[in-house]
Design a binder for this molecule. Structure first.
Ligand code: UDP
Length: 460
């Protein structure tokens, strides 16, 4: 009898990577009733997902009844105790990545070997961004692997073509944000909208240079696969038809949007859910939800402009200001609370629940891909405030392709001003025809997302 299918799902220790990886793990378990999944991220992230209780000292990892014990959480070592800790040192992230690569590969190799020795061999390694070594570890052991791409396929295609001979034109014009580049099979894009790691991080002195080299290594390791590499993408065919055809060299299979299907574990824990009661008391489509994801920092000036714009919009708002952002802006907390007239602030919320609440009428977002997918799947129009990585491309899809949002313009110093916040919110929530049209489109793409992920849909 051949052993049960056993997926080892590996992910980088960021919230925006853990969430889609865990959602995919649950999708796999639902789709393959005899399969086992081992979910693995770094030890530091694992202990934030499953904090030790004060009395027993040990982390409590759920024995998942819902999936009949077929999901196991087993961390790997990144060679550190605390993981990546943000400091003022501009070299800290690259130094962390060097350890993550070396120690991570060693530790995951040990996990794969141990499972084989215990008669529960891994039959497929599934890995997200920034772990190109996972494919090498799997290949060396004769285990097939699949990349789980957690950004739009358009972004994958840009990276693919950059590292297949198209780097010259991008490098030459990288300081000219309005220069338009045409890559094979893709719509023309300005330099300013390309993934920032290709225009800002190619220099070894850049604080995210290791992301650039990590993506280069990823494209290289995919090229080594034979037969063709398998790439699962958290998107659906209907969202990105042209881009899917632009990376024909690999089998890119859209399986998304992969959304939560059970309790979520993440590395950032939630406030109590009083905001849900607050939402319950608000009329349909009246609330502005504001969040910039799990990583973005915010300068004091930007926070002030946002708050002023939200207040001036005259609409109720729910604003996520993470604890670490508050700590960084030490003086904020007490003073700011006094200025919230129309809205409430929380340190973290269950975003998927918030977006699916009927009171929420628009989402002011940094356009992280998870946030975009969650918003589209809930039919909520977006005010796009992209900053880096894939966020500009994601905003392009929202505004230009699907027409479910507006792009907020920042000033020369990169600050989003209060008047622009108000203008964008009015455009999406006001009485004009434009707002009605965006809501119609949001309803259409919500249906498309639901159909794609339903039984027999294009992502099933
Ligand atoms: N998120 C959340 N509560 C919050 C803010 C964000 O649950 O208060 C979740 C959000 O639902 C998404 C993830 O955090 O799944 C953020 O991922 P995204 O790709 O949007 O951005 P990143 O954090 O990677 O920049």
């Amino acid at each position: 009898m051949s052993p049960r299918p056993h997926f080892l799902v590996l992910t980088f220790p960021f919230q925006g990577h853990i969430a889609p990886a865990l959602r995919l793990a649950r999708r796999l378990l639902a789709a393959a009733p005899d399969a086992l999944v081992t979910f693995s991220t770094t030890e530091a992230a694992h202990s934030r997902m499953f904090p030790a209780k004060p009395d027993d000292g040990g982390a409590e990892v759920p024995d998942d009844d819902e999936v009949g014990g077929r999901l196991e959480f087993l961390p790997f070592s990144d060679g550190t105790v605390a993981g990546y800790v943000r400091t003022g040192d501009p070299g800290a992230f690259n130094a962390y990545m060097a350890r993550f690569h070396a120690a991570g590969a060693r530790s995951v190799a040990g996990i794969v070997d141990a499972f084989a020795a215990r008669g529960r061999p891994v039959s497929r390694v599934v890995y997200t961004l920034l772990l190109p070594w996972a494919a090498d570890v799997a290949r060396e052991r004769g285990v097939p692997s699949a990349l789980y791409w957690i950004q739009p396929v358009a972004v994958f295609a840009i990276y693919y073509h950059y590292f297949h001979g198209q780097d010259g034109v991008i490098t030459e014009h990288r300081h000219d944000p309005s220069f338009v580049v045409e890559l094979p099979g893709l719509a023309p894009q300005t330099i300013g909208d390309l993934p920032s790691f290709l225009t800002e991080s190619t220099d070894p002195s850049n604080m995210f240079h290791s992301v650039f080299t990590g993506i280069r290594d990823l494209i290289e390791t995919l090229d080594k696969e034979s037969p063709k590499a398998t790439v699962l993408a958290n998107t659906c065919q209907e969202f990105e038809l042209a881009s899917l055809a632009a990376v024909g060299a690999h089998d890119v299979l859209p399986v998304g949007p992969v959304l939560p299907s059970g309790d979520e574990s993440g590395i950032i824990k939630q406030d109590d859910a009083e905001y849900m009661e607050w939402l319950d008391a608000k009329p349909e489509n009246s609330v502005v939800y504001v969040s910039f994801g799990s990583l973005a920092s915010m300068a004091r000036e930007q926070l002030d402009e946002l708050l002023r714009g939200l207040e001036e919009s005259g609409r109720p708002y729910l604003f996520v200001i993470r604890k670490d952002v508050k700590v960084a802006l030490a003086e904020v907390e007490a003073e700011m609370m006094g200025r919230l007239k129309n809205g409430i602030a929380v340190e973290w919320c269950d975003q998927v629940r918030v977006l699916s609440h009927t009171a929420v009428g628009c989402f002011v977002t940094h356009c992280g891909w998870n946030s975009v997918l969650e918003s589209v799947a809930s039919g909520v129009p977006m005010v796009c405030v992209p900053r880096l990585s894939d966020q500009h491309m994601n905003a392009q899809l929202v505004v230009r392709e699907w027409r479910v949002g507006v792009r907020a313009q920042v000033d020369d110093g990169g600050v989003l001003r209060a008047a622009e916040v108000r203008r964008c919110i009015d455009e999406l929530m006001g009485n004009l025809e434009a707002a009605a049209e965006v809501r119609r489109m949001a309803g259409k793409w919500k249906r498309i997302a639901a159909e794609a992920t339903a039984k027999g849909g294009s992502s099933d």
